[in-house]
Design a protein around this ligand. Sequence first.
Ligand code: PHE
Length: 409
Amino acid sequence: MLESMSYTVPKLTDFSTSALDSAVRELLSALDQESAAVSSARNQNEVAHDVEWKQLWEEWKAFRDRWLARKNGITTQINDLWLKAAPKETKRDVGQRVNELKAKIEVEVGRAEAHLQRQESDDQRHLIESSGKSYASLDDAWRATQGVDITLPGIRRPLGAEHPVIKTMNEIIGVFRNLGYSVEEGPEIETDYYNFEALNFPPNHPARDTQDTLFIAGQESKPPRERLLLRTHTSPVQIRSMEKMKPPVRVVCPGKVHRNDAPDATHSPIFHQVEGLAVDTNITFCDLKGTLDHAMKALFGSSVKTRFYPSFFPFTEPSADVQISCIFCGGKGTRDGGPCRNCKASGWIELLGCGMVDPNVYGFVDYDPAKVSGFAFGMGVERIAILKYGVDDIQLFFNGDVRFLEQFG
Ligand code: PHE
């Protein structure tokens, strides 16, 4: 402890002016020494950190309490031992001196406090500056220099959830990866050539109207096949893949597609597809059926049945729409004693388009249609997610409401 702390308030018996003078002098010198000791306790050669500052403030508090504590502080003691003990005729003089001493003690304790505060903020500024970091606010900076308070509650970062569309897309991709397919991607801004022409849509073919295309403005000066548009399906990646690789080809092509549809519960101008393409020697419609039947069972459960319904796409021949037995009514068409609303009582739900690659398409990519054959399919990811998770409005996927999204975590 500090040496000067040895000061104790003497009991006074002699209340003469000279005796009082000397008692006051002694007390003030003790006050001075103790205050100076507290004020200079910080190691002058080093910047103090929070642990040291805690200690320094403890010392200042001990100093304050020793002099000012109501119970047995030095001011209380001089009140009891000097003023109360003073003979009547000296009370006035003693009272005045005691009051002056009290005021001086308070000033000195306050001075030591202010001195420490100044040093502490100097130290903080020094630590912040020497850290070389910049902080958003003084508060942040201060916290950063205070070390870690392990008693504070931690900051819980909410765990994100995979978006249901991405989750479903990855599931679909996973099914085909297991069959040996690899993943290919293509641009969302496509040329007319890849989106239509190379897929056997002749210019002005009526099938182009079935896909409400969003064209990029200001393309009129370009030859028609070079004009840019937002791809209306992932099928252009079939062409890009075949341009890149020789048969055998087995790829799935996930991605975003765009159509000029007004948004409602079942339509969105932006949605996702997963395209599939297999080209090899001797690939038959039987392979297509087996592959998609397996994929639908993997996605919706082994009791699901598939049905291939004649359809038309310019780039496949023959073409089919694939339907799965209704997963809500088990294919019966009735549920809870009434018609099943999900399959309009038919027992079947239409899910994707497919077909054998049209030989004309091979002509665009330098494949010999006499040697190779193949199949292609394309499925809407949101459509599959809606069925898998029982979502009743496609817009929920795009509104970004966390209350919806976090259910998929
Ligand atoms: N591209 C077609 C569509 O978007 C789907 C499809 C892909 C059909 C591959 C056949 C083969 O509707």
